[in-house]
Design a protein around this ligand. Structure first.
Ligand SMILES: [Zn+2]
Length: 290
């Protein structure tokens, strides 16, 4: 939308400065705008494993990347789709191509190394991770919550930090629990005192507010366009499933419920079911990513 406003402003500016026949100038400008507007855009054009890109088009498109197809979704006078970049993708140049092969945009994946985070927990706590029945039950609830998303975004502004505190575990760390490699930490941990307020990182709708086994008291917010944020280990939930929330609204309090060694907020951002790096969402609104 921002881009089309810029284009329109260009048209107006050029029209005003034009001295020849009005319709002639306008025609020429429209032709130029049409030519300059790429039919698919990819932002950011340079990214990292574990990050996310936004593909947009003025026309309906299906695009392919990493041999997978993604249909752009109709969204406020354009078509858009967030695509997660897998952690294991090799650095290099990749093509984002429309299904009819008419349009191609280049995506550059830059190398990134992720640190190893060694964690020691009690035997009793470690045993929690073996209760697959309860973990699967959690997963089903989480998947159901993220099964659908509003096609139009609830947000236009950048996301904001969900709590005050110390960033104890950044995004992407390879976890080793009691000497055994575990899942990658695909979220950020913010530590502070129990009871510290937790804020919605952007406008959206609560699609899950529940007490889960591993993530404890958990909130998931749908921000539209398949973008979700997740807040885990809360001591108290202050919102209910189905409720719309505003950016900065208190949605709960920090705690250490579930698989957790101390009071902190585990904050993640997802595209559908895939965790992505939240940092680009804090740096700028995705619609202004460069
Ligand atoms: Zn965490």
């Amino acid at each position: 939308m921002f881009q089309s406003m810029v284009s329109l402003m260009t048209v107006v500016a050029l029209t005003l400065t034009g001295t020849t026949a009005y319709s002639h100038v306008l025609e020429g400008v429209y032709a130029t705008v049409e030519k300059q507007q790429p039919s698919i855009s990819v932002t950011p054009a340079r990214t990292y494993p574990g990050d996310v890109i936004l593909v947009r088009s003025k026309q309906p498109q299906t695009v392919t990347l990493f041999s997978r197809s993604y249909r752009l979704q109709p969204s406020s006078n354009e078509y858009a789709r967030f695509i997660p970049i897998p952690f294991d993708v090799k650095p290099g140049d990749y093509n984002v191509q429309s299904a009819d092969k008419k349009f191609t945009a280049t995506l550059t994946i830059l190398p990134k190394s992720f640190a190893v985070d060694k964690l020691t927990v009690s035997k009793q706590m470690n045993a929690m991770r073996q209760d697959t029945a309860r973990i699967n039950a959690d997963q089903q609830k989480i998947n159901a919550a993220r099964a659908s998303s509003r096609p139009t975004p609830y947000f236009s502004e950048p996301f904001t930090m969900p709590a005050n505190g110390t960033l104890t575990t950044p995004y992407g760390y390879q976890r080793v629990v009691n000497g055994v490699p575990a899942n990658r930490h695909a979220a950020i941990d913010i530590a502070n005192k129990t009871g510290t307020p937790i804020w919605a990182s952007n406008h959206g709708k609560v699609v899950l507010a529940d007490s889960l086994y591993l993530t404890g008291n958990t909130i998931i917010i749908d921000h539209g366009l398949n973008v979700f944020s997740i807040y885990a280990h809360l001591s108290k939930l202050a919102v209910a499933t189905g409720q719309e929330v505003k950016q900065g609204q208190v949605i709960g309090l920090m705690g250490t419920t579930g698989f957790s060694t101390g009071p902190h907020l585990h904050y993640g951002m997802l595209i559908g079911n895939t965790y992505v790096n939240p940092q680009p969402f804090f740096d700028a609104s995705p619609f202004l990513w460069k």
